[in-house]
Design a protein around this ligand. Structure first.
Ligand SMILES: Cc1cc2nc3c(=O)[nH]c(=O)nc-3n(C[C@H](O)[C@H](O)[C@H](O)COP(=O)(O)OP(=O)(O)OC[C@H]3O[C@@H](n4cnc5c(N)ncnc54)[C@H](O)[C@@H]3O)c2cc1C
Ligand code: FES
Length: 268
């Protein structure tokens, strides 16, 4: 199954029973997008939904790899490695769950929302933000699950004329709240700061360019603020991609908001 979810955004269903049996929300897979050697590296993709016999992915065409993937015809075979990494932690004692998505950062959240409803017995609140209305994806999926969905756009074309983190702040997360954020790094940093200030736990799914995807090449390392065995770097692919926002050294990276590349809610 392949479906255009929004301009330049595709949803694809993949028959992969073994991966689906082991997959957890927030984990990802590495997909070989073409049958040949080019592009050489697999591309990381989150699990959008996890079904008994397979998974779905939701992706934005960024460059050559995702363009090739978007053009794969239904019924073809793809080589997929996964599930990889560490996903979102679930805790049924948490009273309130808020999912904050910037652009295609929404990709892992349908699976997470389903898991929170099933395992924690709570219906999460969802904040969806994008540059403009036509780039907002997934609203219908969350509404079908019964989630309250709040939308924000940079141009005010739908929802609030605000960033995802502005909306999060107005939702006033507290010590009984867990915030889950996925999107561009500046948005994650801002979500981490707001959550910390208001006393809420925050888990972020980090972005990094990946080569091996399973902890060997160190190409995806980011700096944490905790030292373990003399090492401060953590690997997004193997130690994450989901991290407690409190352990990331946000100031070590140039995650500042870059106006020339769009807003905090720009798609990744
Ligand atoms: C753990 C993880 C899960 C991901 N899940 C999804 C998902 O569910 N849906 C989705 O659309 N995308 C997801 N991504 C991002 C996706 O892997 C990249 O967009 C993709 O690899 C780009 O490949 P490409 O060949 O199309 O573009 P390239 O030609 O490789 O790159 C095009 C542009 O995108 C930038 N880029 C490439 N890879 C990344 C990256 N990982 N992060 C940020 N910028 C990048 C490049 O710098 C370049 O500017 C995920 C990334 C990670 C690390
Ligand atoms: S991508 Fe190779 S260590 Fe993470």
């Amino acid at each position: 199954m392949r479906q255009e979810a929004a301009p330049g955004h595709y949803r694809m269903g993949l028959h992969a029973p073994e991966i689906a049996r082991a997959a957890k929300p927030g984990q990802f897979c590495m997909i070989q997008v073409s049958d040949g050697l080019h592009p050489f590296l697999r591309r990381p993709m989150s699990f959008e939904r996890i079904f008994p016999d397979g998974i779905s992915i939701l992706f934005k065409v960024e460059g050559e790899g995702t363009r090739i993937l978007a053009n794969r015809a239904p019924g073809q075979n793809l080589s997929i490695q996964g599930p990889l990494g560490i996903g979102f932690p679930l805790d049924s004692s948490v009273e309130r769950h808020i999912l904050v998505a910037g652009g295609i950062g929404v990709a892992p959240f349908p699976a997470l929302a389903e898991a929170i409803i099933r395992a924690c017995g709570k219906v999460p609140e969802v904040v969806l933000a994008a540059r403009s209305q036509h780039l907002l994806v997934g609203e219908d999926v969350f509404r079908e699950m019964g989630c309250t969905v709040r939308m924000a756009t940079d141009d005010g074309s739908v929802g609030e004329h605000a960033t995802a983190v502005d909306v999060l702040e107005r939702l006033a997360p507290s010590a009984q709240t867990r915030v889950y954020a996925c999107g561009p790094m500046p948005m994650l940093r801002a979500a981490a700061e707001v959550s910390k200030r208001l006393g809420a736990a925050c888990y972020v799914s980090l972005e990094a360019q990946m080569a091996c995807g399973d902890g060997v090449c160190l190409g995806c390392a980011v700096e944490s603020n905790r030292e373990k065995e003399g090492e401060r770097m953590v690997r997004v692919c193997a130690d994450g991609p989901v991290f407690d926002a409190a352990i990331i050294n946000w100031t070590a990276h140039n995650f500042a908001y870059d106006r020339s590349r769009g807003s905090l809610a720009r798609t990744r």
